[in-house]
Structure formats: C-alpha cells, structure tokens
Design a protein around this ligand. Structure first.
Ligand SMILES: Nc1ncnc2c1ncn2[C@@H]1O[C@H](COP(=O)(O)OP(=O)(O)O)[C@@H](O)[C@H]1O
Ligand SMILES: Cc1ncc(COP(=O)(O)OP(=O)(O)O)c(N)n1
Length: 297
C-alpha cells in the first residue's frame, strides 16, 4: 500500500530519464519491494530481484534479510541481519515511498519471518509473492530446518501467490509429488493452508518440458516451456518470482503476470551469459533484446 501523503518523483516519460527539477511530478511508476538475501555474485537473491524489477520498468526497493558470500559455485558464508534491521528497512520504504507489490526470498529464521509478517500486516503490503527459498542449487541450506513450519504458519497465509519449486512443494506438503495429480492436490492443499494461489515450478521436473502448474484457488493453468539444456540456471526462481511481482505491481492480473514472467525467465535461461565457473546467472538483457527485436518487425 502506498502512503497517502503527496509523493514526488523524477519522471521517466516513455521510458527515458528526464531531469525536470523545476516541477516535481508524481509519475506513478509502479514500486516493488524485495525482502530477501543478498547474493554477492549477483545471480540470485536481492540482486536478481532488483535487476528484474528494473528490466520490467518497476521501481525496485529492498529489505535485506541476510548477506551471503556466494558465487556461481556455491555459498561460502551466511550472515543474518537482525530483526530490527529488517523491520527498519521495511518501515523506511513503506512510510515514505509506498509499495505496490512485494516478494520474499531467503528468510532464514523464524524470528525474521515474524518481523517481516508484522510489517506486512502493519503496512497492508499486498499483493505479496512468497518464494519459499530453502536450498540453493549449489546445495547450501538457506532456511533453518526449524523455520520450515514457521514458513507455513507465518508467511503462507499472507501470500497472494506462493512459488515453490518441486522439492520445496514436497517439503511443504510432506510427500513426493511425482505425478500431475499429486502436484494438483498439493497446490490445492497449499491454498487450504492460506495461500491465495500457488505455482509449482517445473525446473526440477524430469523430461523435456519445464512446465509450471498454477492453481489460482479455482482453476489450474499450465505455463509451458521447453527444457533448455544449460547449467546456467542460478537465480531462476528469484528472477521468475520477481518478474511476477513486477507485473502485479503494475496492476496486472495474476495470469497475465505469470505469462510475462514465464516468457522473461525462459529467455533469460535461453541466452546464458557464461559468467563464472559454476552455475552461471540468468541473463536479464535477453528479454529486452527480444522485445526490441519484436517491435522492429
Ligand atoms: N532448464 C530449464 N529450461 C527452461 N526453463 C527452466 C529451466 N530451469 C528452470 N526453468 C524455469 O525457471 C523458473 C524457475 O523454476 P525453478 O528452477 O524450478 O526454480 P528454483 O530456482 O526455485 O529452483 C520456472 O519457470 C521453471 O520452469
Ligand atoms: C541470497 C539467495 N537467495 C536465494 C537463492 C536461491 O535462488 P534460486 O533462484 O532458487 O536459484 P539457485 O541459487 O538455487 O540456483 C540464493 N541462491 N541466494
């Protein structure tokens, strides 16, 4: 929710920066907040989220929950922020700038989840996308074991959309999800636990497709894409949930937001940057290139 008092902004008419000092304008650029961990390698977490917001033409803000020392090969250190630090970051942006949509990423402990939930309620932050980050693809745990239940109890009921990957969905419902029917049932159960909608991502599926299953509380929708054969998939989940959040911040429907986000992440994986020696990051320039090319035809 945005604060009621007048805001001022430097404008971006037509996507071009404009430095008009004499007249302060409210250009109403959508604003999105990411509440997540920092990835020093720039591939996942806060960095992926802010890059995605920027590419989707949304003003990005951050509340950092933890600092990770991380690169394309793995995580070598995790330094959690205090509850007060997280609270103050959220309070600062909510009371001044305003938030049209927010997402969470790595929130490692129950106490930080509680601090985040208190701010979400206090400032009526909505829509909220919960990416229930548990384990990095490199294998490092990003969520304390004890906090898995807290995630269901504290964050899930606040979510407009929860975006588990397959292993995360299996942990949340406590069983293996090796068929379409089981995945559908899991999605229904996650909405019963309090999420408005659920998308079980298909990046970890076997086979030639990376299809994502969305349950919007009433109907199922499948967002399809061919599986791209690359090891450069660091930050795919963060990028995808950030793209959904950006489109929701613009006021788009959930279905439209997921449609755009699926196209964005598919292109970001299709054109790897080949950065680092391990699992390289998604390419945030790829979709821009695609849309520019499209507009010339
Ligand atoms: N190899 C791939 N080819 C095409 N799409 C992929 C691939 N890996 C992941 N995706 C897509 O990226 C998004 C993030 O999914 P996933 O990788 O499962 O999340 P996470 O990073 O949380 O494990 C989903 O839309 C998924 O279908
Ligand atoms: C700081 C931080 N947050 C989240 C993740 C997990 O990112 P994800 O998009 O799920 O992709 P992988 O890193 O698992 O490839 C992270 N690694 N670091």
């Amino acid at each position: 929710m945005r604060p009621k008092k007048d805001r001022t902004a430097v404008g971006m008419p037509g996507g071009v920066f404009c430095f008009e000092a004499e007249e302060e304008k409210d250009m109403s650029i959508p604003r999105a907040l990411t509440i997540a961990g920092s990835d020093s390698g720039g591939g996942a977490g806060i960095q992926a989220d802010l890059k995605t917001f920027q590419e989707r033409h949304v003003y990005g803000m951050s509340a950092i929950t933890a600092i990770t020392a991380q690169n394309t090969q793995g995580v070598t250190g995790i330094y959690e922020c205090s509850e007060e630090a997280v609270t103050r970051q959220m309070e600062a942006v909510a009371t001044d700038i305003g938030i049209d949509a927010a997402k969470t990423g790595m929130i490692a402990s129950t106490s930080i989840m509680e601090a985040v939930a208190a701010q979400v309620k206090k400032h009526r932050i909505h829509p909220l996308v919960i990416d229930p980050v548990m384990v990095a693809k490199s294998g490092s745990s990003l969520l304390e074991e004890a906090a898995r239940h807290a995630l269901k109890r504290i964050l899930l009921p606040l979510s407009h959309l929860i975006t588990p990957n397959l292993p995360e969905a299996e942990i949340l419902v406590g069983e293996s999800l090796d068929t379409d029917e089981k995945r559908k049932d899991a999605a229904r159960r996650l909405t019963d636990m309090g999420a408005d909608a659920v998308i079980i991502k298909g990046g970890h599926l076997q086979g030639n497709q990376a299809d994502d299953l969305l349950y919007d509380g009433g109907n199922f929708h499948v967002f399809t894409a061919p599986r791209l054969h690359t090891r450069h998939t660091h930050g795919t989940g963060c990028t995808f949930s950030a793209a959904i959040t950006a489109e929701l911040a613009k006021g788009h429907s959930l279905l439209e937001a997921v449609r755009v986000a699926k196209a964005y992440i598919t292109e970001a994986i299709r054109h790897p940057l080949n950065i680092g020696q391990g699992h390289g990051p998604t390419n945030h320039f790829a979709y821009r290139h695609l849309t520019v090319t499209e507009s010339h035809h």
